[in-house]
Structures are given as structure tokens and as C-alpha cells.
Design a protein around this ligand. Structure first.
Ligand code: NI
Length: 174
């Protein structure tokens, strides 16, 4: 397994629409293992393949608390099949927008169909933080970041700060 560099916004690669996975084979499983290790190391609770530069419809998640055993979830070609009428607001963050957080309103519960680590078709129903996280990650597969749910003003403030931080970092490396 290997850690993969996480792409941070603003970056056109994060706006790409990811392609469906045809077959969940050893290559895909190896990618999912690397993504999970990268997510744990960050640390984070969810990661989409596009965030490590692979525009394929794959996400990994683990919402276990620090004192709980790890419970990774691998979702290939996830699709939302149902959303609740009522919404919920959570403060969201993202490994691709480090150190920035904002309240985002989304459906409070969703059903998602997907293929698992072995390529088996599965369905899950999520609510609470699970529902927020899975919708946030599926957004990534369509090139959508959580800041895209904010007003243009709030989004631009965050993206400008990230760009500035990025330029600063490049200067330090140069
Ligand atoms: Ni994210």
C-alpha cells in the first residue's frame, strides 16, 4: 500500500466528472487500499478517487470514532436512489480544502446503491453524518466541492485563501 498525494483546490482536476468503473478487479482494489491508507493518514473520514488524481467513480469512507475499531466502506459507482424530504445542515470540511469549514444543507437521509470491494451490488441507507459524508463524496465524482453549495461570495473567499496558501507553499519549495 502507498500514500497518494491529495489534490487541493483550486485545481481543474477536482472539477472533472469521474468515469464509471467497468470491473472491480485487483487493480481497482489496490487503488482502494491506497485511497483508504491515504484517508487514514490525512486524517479524514471520506475520500474520492478524483482527489488523488484518478477520475474514476470510487469513494472510501470510515466514520468510526477514534476509540472504535476501523470500519472502512468502499463504494464503487455509487448512485443516490432516494433522498428524504427533510434536510439537515452540517459543518463540512474536505481534504481538498484544508482548514476550511462551512455549513451545508443537504437531504437528511439517502439511499445509495453501489458495488462493494468484491464488486457485489449493495444498497445502503444513510442518515446523520453518514448521509452528509456519502453525498459530499458522491459530489466529488461529479466535480462538485462543498463550497459549490455556498453563495458565490463565501465560495470565492475560501478559494482565494486556498490559492494564496498554495502560492505561499510553492514559494517556500522554490
Ligand atoms: Ni471532500
Amino acid at each position: 500500500m502507498a500514500l497518494m498525494p491529495i489534490i487541493t483546490a483550486p485545481d481543474p482536476r477536482l472539477k472533472a466528472v469521474s468515469k464509471p468503473v467497468e470491473t472491480v478487479d485487483d487493480e481497482i482494489r489496490s487503488l482502494m487500499d491506497d485511497m483508504l491508507e491515504t484517508m487514514y493518514a490525512a486524517p479524514g473520514i471520506g475520500l474520492a478517487a478524483v482527489q488523488v488524481g484518478v477520475a474514476k467513480r470510487i469513494i472510501v469512507m470510515d466514520l468510526a470514532k477514534e476509540d472504535e475499531p476501523r470500519s472502512p466502506l468502499f463504494l464503487v459507482n455509487p448512485e443516490i436512489t432516494w433522498v428524504s424530504d427533510h434536510d439537515a445542515s452540517y459543518e463540512e470540511g474536505c481534504l481538498s480544502l484544508p482548514e476550511h469549514y462551512a455549513e451545508v444543507v443537504r437531504p437528511a437521509a439517502v439511499k445509495v446503491s453501489y458495488q462493494d470491494y468484491d464488486g457485489e451490488q449493495q444498497e445502503l441507507e444513510a442518515e446523520g453524518l453518514w448521509a452528509t459524508c456519502v453525498q459530499h463524496e458522491i459530489d466529488h465524482l461529479d466535480g462538485i466541492l462543498f463550497v459549490d453549495h455556498l453563495t458565490a461570495l463565501k465560495r470565492n473567499i475560501i478559494l482565494r485563501k486556498l490559492l494564496k496558501a498554495k502560492k505561499q507553499k510553492q514559494k517556500e519549495v522554490a
